[in-house]
Structures are given as C-alpha cells and as structure tokens.
Design a protein around this ligand. Structure first.
Ligand SMILES: Cc1cc2nc3c(=O)[nH]c(=O)nc-3n(C[C@H](O)[C@H](O)[C@H](O)COP(=O)(O)O)c2cc1C
Length: 171
C-alpha cells in the first residue's frame, strides 16, 4: 500500500523543503582559503569531497556570485581547513560576508599564500587544477600537495546545525 510518505516531491515545489531534505546528509565543515596580491579570502564550505587518490584530487563548490571567487581563481591554490569540534565560531565567521574575515585571527601562510588556521582536525594544501561552472555554483578541483592530520574530533553539520559526534572517534 502506498502511503503519503512514499509520494515523491519535486525540488521546484518548495526550495526550503528541498534544502531541508539535503540537510539530512551529515557532513564535516571546512574553511576554504586563498590569497592573491595581498587579498585573503575564506569561505565556510561543506561541499568538500575527495575525488581521486592517484593523483590526490579534492573538490568543493563555491557560489558563482561569491566575491571571493576571483581570488580563488587568480591564486591558483587553495587550502582546505577541516574544522575541529570546538571551531563553530570560525564556521560562522567565514560564512558571514565581511571585508576582512581574518581580522584579529592568527594564521600562517601556506602554499600560494593560502591562510592556514590553527586548531583544525586536518588540513590539505592544494593547487587549483580544474574548475567547472555548473548551475549556480563553480566546482573547484585541487591537487593535494601537502597535508596534516591533527587527529582532533571534527565539527559536524546536520539538519542545518553544527553538532558533535555522539561517540567521538579520535585517530
Ligand atoms: C556549514 C556551512 C556550509 C556551507 N557550505 C558552502 C559551500 O559548500 N559552498 C558555498 O558556496 N557556500 C557555502 N556556505 C555559505 C558560505 O559560507 C557563505 O555564503 C559565505 O559568506 C561565502 O563567502 P563570501 O561571502 O566570501 O562569498 C556554507 C555555510 C555554512 C554555514
């Protein structure tokens, strides 16, 4: 017997309901960073994924209208800062448009000058190798040149909220 629960919806019916459904997929949270000619950018992103091991490729999606896009493109590098459980304030900071999201924040320069954040769960420094414009986003592909695993519990994003793993797995 078919119940109301089985009836499929269309994304165009209600975008908020569609987004809420996408939000049932739990992810980690990253801050993607880059720098070019003295301008530093950082964007909170949960669209990060590993694509290939050999060569080591990763990707993420950036809104095509983002004012940060030209810096990511011109830099030719980006760093993936995988946030640890206690870094929700950094997630919020880099998800909020601002002239200088790095104000009063201690960072070090990574490959291509990409800012590296302290206290992360892991970090991947990449060279931008491809981009693919599709829909309202640009998919940026990076080849990983260096990385660190700091063995900290990651911050989780689920149903539109920041959360912690119920049973933290460290290592
Ligand atoms: C948990 C979380 C994940 C996000 N993931 C993405 C993402 O993958 N791609 C994206 O373009 N924006 C994402 N955003 C929104 C951006 O962080 C936000 O729009 C930010 O202001 C973009 O930086 P900009 O203002 O420099 O363009 C996310 C926000 C949050 C809170």
């Amino acid at each position: 017997m078919t119940t109301a629960e089985d009836l499929p919806l269309l994304p165009a019916d209600d975008l908020r309901v569609y987004r809420r459904s996408l939000g049932t997929f739990p992810t980690g949270i990253t801050v993607m960073t880059a720098a070019h000619e003295g301008t530093r950018v950082g964007v909170t992103a949960n669209s990060f994924a590993s694509v290939s091991l050999e060569p080591p490729l990763v990707l993420w999606n950036l809104k095509a209208t983002s004012p940060s896009l030209p810096v990511f493109r011109e830099s030719g590098h980006f760093a993936v800062n995988v946030l640890a459980w206690h870094q929700e304030p950094l997630s919020m900071r880099f998800a909020t448009p601002a002239d200088d999201k790095f104000a009063e924040l201690d960072v070090t320069d990574g490959l291509g000058g990409a800012p590296l954040l302290d206290g992360c769960a892991a970090r991947f420094e990449t060279e931008l190798v491809h981009e693919y414009v599709t829909g309202d986003h640009v998919v940026l592909f990076g080849e990983v040149r260096r990385y660190n695993n700091f063995h900290r519990e990651p911050l989780i994003f689920l149903r539109g909220r920041h959360c912690r793993l119920e049973q933290p797995l460290i290592g």
